[in-house]
Design a protein around this ligand. Structure first.
Ligand SMILES: Cc1ncc(COP(=O)(O)O)c(C=O)c1O
Length: 422
């Protein structure tokens, strides 16, 4: 409660006066406007019935839905207000991506990640994974190899294979309780068919914000082997504990030359249902032109009105709501950590540097994977993601989404405890 009234006090009038007068007023983030005065309540249990929620479709009865990566919070009120204001115009004709969209993105990269992005490096991208597919189609031939560093977000390898490319795994190394990239593994797997490496930065599901040295070393390795790096940075704006995300293309000239960043406000602002909301940052002009042409030829270069409005609104205001949601997520993670450190039960959370997904290490339970998943999904009634779905290295783990009210996290822990005791 105290936290909420503090935040209400901290929020300053803004959106209501700013946005109705039109998006023309929204300039670069250098002139970022203050946040909405409407406040928020992350403890509120949302009723998602009637919203066609994918998350709840897989959580029958009284099961808790703690799997797919959206949060059970309302979005930033500034974003909602911008969408409402735009809807009230009742005009939904064909729309171009205005300069404000690109300026908002460049301003955000600078203010949040310290990355100077000239506007012409930014391309609209129709969703992160659909754009990743376009990268595969543009920069590789059927039979070419795409490296993924498992355990990792499964569409990276699923779509590579579906498109006739060959996903090859370079599993992360588990060392002294944390993950590292395996550079010797890269040397071992390399052959001339390797054309793309997909980096997850920050990494889903293990939650790492990759250190600059690792990114720089990766850039060197990929440059030497003529491998394009696609860096999925969808979780970048959710860095926790004062950590700083490092955009891949900002690392050095080599990374900028060989890298394509795919980014989006959908995770941080909890708007993934506004599909097609993403952008690419491509410093190299030749790669940028090829990506641009591919999208244009497939008629994929047109952003929807909600995409434009939500992105501009999210990225041109002080991120007061975002900071608050990150603090709340840290509180939820603490709850999970405290529970498992006081209950010696064979499950250990891997603390994420970013985002609201916790990688739970259940290897000490010694259960076959199907039984581990059954323990959560059926015995406890807490629907999680099966770690094995993320490729090699995912066995023995599940992924728990704690982007939800604290009372849900507490209830999930009670249920897990009861299921373990049975
Ligand atoms: C790492 C990562 N990339 C991409 C996505 C999905 O992005 P999009 O909905 O824009 O395709 C997710 C969603 O969970 C994700 O975790």
């Amino acid at each position: 409660m105290k936290r909420r009234s503090f935040l209400k006090g901290a929020a300053v009038a803004g959106a209501a006066t700013l946005l109705p007068s039109g998006l023309l007023e929204l300039t670069s983030a250098c002139t970022r406007k203050p946040a909405s005065a409407q406040g928020w309540n992350f403890d509120e249990i949302l009723d998602r019935s009637g919203t066609w929620s994918i998350k709840y479709r897989r959580a029958e009865g009284d099961k808790l839905a703690m799997w797919i990566a959206d949060m059970d919070f309302k979005t930033d009120p500034v974003v909602s207000q911008a969408l409402r204001d735009r809807l009230e115009k009742d005009v939904f004709g064909y729309t171009y991506g205005p300069d404000e969209f690109f300026e908002a993105i460049a301003g955000w990269e600078k203010s949040q990640h310290g990355f100077d992005v000239p506007i012409d490096w930014v391309e609209y991208a129709p969703g992160v994974i659909s754009s990743l597919c376009q990268v595969y189609l543009t920069f590789t031939e059927p039979g070419d190899k795409v490296v993924v560093q498992t355990p990792v977000y499964d569409p990276f390898f699923r779509y590579a294979n579906r498109l006739g490319r060959v996903a090859v795994e370079n599993p992360l190394r588990w060392k002294d309780g944390h993950y590292e990239m395996d550079f010797e593994g890269l040397d071992r797997l390399y052959d001339k068919r390797v054309k793309v490496l997909v980096l997850c930065n920050p990494h889903n599901p293990v939650g790492i914000i990759w250190p600059k040295e690792t990114l720089s070393r990766l850039a060197q390795w990929c440059a030497q082997h003529d491998v394009l790096v696609v860096s999925d940075e969808i979780h970048a704006d959710l860095s926790l504990y004062g950590r700083h995300h490092i955009p891949f293309c900002s690392v050095d000239e080599t990374a900028a030359r060989i890298g394509i960043q795919l980014c989006s406000p959908t995770k941080a602002f909890n708007i993934p249902g506004i599909t097609g909301t993403a952008y690419a940052i491509i410093p190299d002009p030749v790669k940028r032109q090829r990506f641009h042409d591919t999208l244009g030829n497939a008629k994929l270069r047109e952003a929807s009105i909600p995409t434009l409005v939500a992105t501009i609104a999210a990225y041109t205001h002080e991120p007061v709501w975002l900071e608050a949601v990150k603090r709340y997520i840290e509180g939820n993670i603490a709850c999970v950590e405290n529970f498992f450190s006081s209950h010696e039960c064979g499950i250990r959370p891997v603390r994420p540097d970013a985002s609201f997904l916790i990688w739970l290490d259940g290897r000490a339970l010694g259960l076959p994977q199907a039984e581990l998943v059954d323990l959560f999904n059926e015995k406890a009634g807490v629907v999680v993601n099966n770690g094995a779905g993320y490729g090699t290295g995912g066995e023995g783990f599940v992924r728990l989404n704690v982007g939800c009210p604290r009372s849900i996290v507490e209830e999930a822990l009670r249920r897990i405890e009861a299921a373990l005791q049975k």
